[in-house]
Structures are given as C-alpha cells and as structure tokens.
Design a protein around this ligand. Structure first.
Ligand code: FE2
Length: 410
C-alpha cells in the first residue's frame, strides 16, 4: 500500500475545506472564459483549459475513488483514456498533441462531471478518513493547484496567438516591481540541509532531506528586470554566439528567437509585453519573464562581462537557492510570487530518492532527465502552493511558463 511515512498533517475537516476551495478556484479561473476559449490548444506543450478541468477530475476518479469508493463506477469509462496525461500504469492515453480536438465531452458535461466527482470525494472523506485516503486527496489538491497554474500559462499562450490581444483579466496580476537597488548578498556556504523538512504535504522529489556542500557564494537581492534584459537585447545579446550554449544557439537560430516570449513592438518602435491583462508597454522595472534556460544562461554570461557590478554572474544551483531561501528569506526580494527562477541544476533525484508507491509513482521520478530545476513560484502559482523545498522543472527551451532569473556569483 501507500508509503506510511506520508502522514497527512491535516484533519479530515480541514482537508475537506481545502478540497472544496481548490475545486472552486479552478471554476473561478474560467469565469472570464468562453467555451471556445476553454477548447483550444495553442501548441503541444499547452493544454486546453477544458482538458485541465477534466484531467484533475480524472485524477480523483482514478486515484481516489476507484480504489476506495464502495460500488465504484466510472462517470464514463472512456474518460479514463481521454484525460489520462502520462500514467502508463493506468492505461491508454489520448495523444497529448491532440487534446484540442476533444470537442466532446462539452465543457458543460465536464463541469457536471466535476460536480459528481466532488460530491463522491466529499462522501468518501466523510466515511473513510484513513491516512491513505487523506494523503491521496492531498495529492489531488496539490495536483489540481499545479494545473491551475498551467491553465493560466496556457491561456496566456493561447491568447498571445490572437492579434486582438484579448485580456483575460483586468486585475493587475503580472506587474511586479524589481526596481530595488541591486546588491549581492552573502549566501549560505558549507554543509547545508536540502529537501523537505517537517510535517505536511510535499512531493516525493523534495525528499530525502540530505546534506549538500555549497561553495562560498553570493545571491542577488532581486530578480533580473526587463530594463536589464533590454540592455542585453540592445547590445546584440541574441546575435552573438559567444554568450550561448551550443544547444541554445542552435535553438535560437532554429526558432528565430530575439527577445523574451510575449515581447512585441507596436508601430515597429515601442516595446510592449502581452500578459493576461492584455498588451501593455513593457514595464522596465518588472522582472523579466518567459525566458528559456538557454536565455537565462546566456544573459548571465553576457552580464558578467558587460555590467561591472555583475562581474562573475552566473545562475545559482538549486542548493544555493534553497539554502538561501531557508536561511535568509527576508534579505531577498521576490523569492516567491513573481517569476520562477532558473537554476543551473539538472533535475536529478536526491540521494536515496524513492518515488511514491503505486500508480502515483509516475508523478515525478520518470521525468528526471533532460530538465532543469526552477525554484520559487510565480504570480500564477496558487497562493498556498509554494515552499522553499519545492522543485519545479522544465526542459532548457521551455519559456511559456513565468520563468525569470536571479543571479549568483562565487
Ligand atoms: Fe496532471
């Protein structure tokens, strides 16, 4: 059965509240969207909003209700295939690249199905508050939160394909100032404790807690801003192979990359950035966002040689970032809630890592190759879904997430 070391640190009642509020939040996120908005898939990496709403429901149906509900029956057995993301242990999957073709079930049926599963999970939780059930529901809540963030990043990308530049929201979600004077802050060198430590929910990839050796290093007190990034572009940063990893240079040329995703020019002159609030003049003080690992790495190399106070700049390792966030959080701005921060760490298992038992074992471990770790959280990350030990990860070219950077140096 499930790993008994994973003890839910909440009561059934608290969990029920968290469950309902996370389910409600997903529905809140599509309040300003039409059924057509929820249907479209703008690229392979992105999924339709409707698919996200369905897939997180599938997770509860297959992972929680199927093994634990008395007289379990699928709402529709075909959905088990349509909304399976990547779980080979569970069965067949509809191709990821063709999620946008699923015009059936309609959004209205997905919402009905959501309600049905919610009622059944609620009933189950009231009848069976065993540690296994509580823990699986916690996984379900955290899983849905990850998809809430993806839903926003995917809608952002979808809307960016439309020259009407539709605004998803009038709330000023994206503007986050990075205009604090720059400062290097001494890091936490020597032996440091890395990983999740404590009670409560965490993913398997944050364990085990272990010791790592950090060099003596410094971390920037703030994120890299758009104005700093503009200096890089204006200095021909995207045109000089000198700053780029070989794979990054090939990627840049193949895709004709010359600026962060969502930067655009109006009348060929003024720089704009498209966000969920629509297309607006680029805010020079905001942290740069939607850059790939390749771009973050190239920027650091360029900055090290071209900006005197950034001499020696590089990307931090995830251990440098985490030791800092655990020990000196108040000295550093915007560790969370603005943009994810690229690290130079490959997404590898920690020493002694064990994936979760059962079907959930496919959640993280099988992705531990060819990806880099990002740390922190973004403006799209649900409020209670950030931790100092949280490890997110993306391939080196990905940039539709709200990814930015914070510099480090020896
Ligand atoms: Fe998922």
């Amino acid at each position: 059965m499930l790993d008994k070391t994973l003890k839910p640190a909440v009561s059934a009642n608290e969990l029920l509240e968290q469950f309902h509020s996370s389910r409600q939040y997903s529905c809140d996120l599509i309040k300003n969207l039409s059924a057509e908005d929820c249907q479209s898939q703008s690229m392979e990496d992105a999924s339709p909003a409707k698919w996200h709403l369905a897939h997180v429901t599938w997770f509860y149906e297959v992972m929680v209700l199927k093994p634990y509900e008395q007289n379990f029956a699928f709402w529709n057995p075909a959905f088990a295939v349509l909304f399976n993301s990547y779980y080979n242990g569970i069965g067949d999957k509809h191709p990821r690249t063709q999620r946008g073709l699923l015009t059936r079930p309609a959004l209205s049926e997905v919402l009905e199905w959501r309600k049905n599963i919610e009622d059944r999970v609620t009933k189950l939780l009231k009848e069976n508050s065993s540690p296994d059930v509580l823990w699986l529901i916690q996984v379900g809540i955290n899983h849905e939160q990850q998809h809430q963030e993806l839903l926003l990043t995917d809608i952002h990308h979808l809307f960016s394909q439309n020259s009407l530049y539709p605004a998803y929201s009038s709330q000023n979600k994206a503007v986050a100032h990075a205009d604090t004077p720059f400062q290097w802050i001494e890091g936490v060198g020597g032996l440091v404790e890395i990983g999740f430590d404590g009670e409560g929910f965490h993913f398997d990839n944050e364990k085990p807690l272990h010791t790592a050796l950090n060099p003596d290093y410094f971390l920037a007190n703030r994120l890299v801003s758009n104005s700093e990034w503009l200096q890089f572009t204006e200095d021909g940063g995207y045109k000089n192979f000198k700053w780029w990893l070989d794979a990054g240079w090939a990627w840049l040329q193949a895709h004709q990359i010359s600026a962060p995703l969502y930067w655009n020019k109006k009348n060929d002159t003024q720089l704009f950035r498209f966000s969920l609030e629509g297309n607006s003049p680029l805010d020079m003080h905001a942290p740069v966002a939607n850059i790939s690992y390749f771009e973050a790495d190239a920027f650091a190399r360029w900055a090290s040689e071209n900006i005197p106070h950034l001499s020696g700049a590089r990307l931090p390792t995830e251990f440098e970032w985490e030791a800092f966030a655990k020990n000196k959080p108040v000295q550093s701005k915007d560790l969370f809630g603005k943009v994810w921060q690229w690290t130079s760490s490959n997404y590898n298992p920690y020493p002694g890592y064990r994936p979760w038992a059962g079907a959930a074992g496919e959640y993280n471990g099988k992705f531990m190759v060819n990806q880099m770790v990002i740390r922190g959280g973004s403006v799209y990350t649900p409020a209670d879904h950030s931790r100092v030990s949280y490890r997110n990860f993306f391939p080196t070219h990905a940039r539709w997430q709200m990814t930015g950077l914070r510099l480090a140096k020896f």
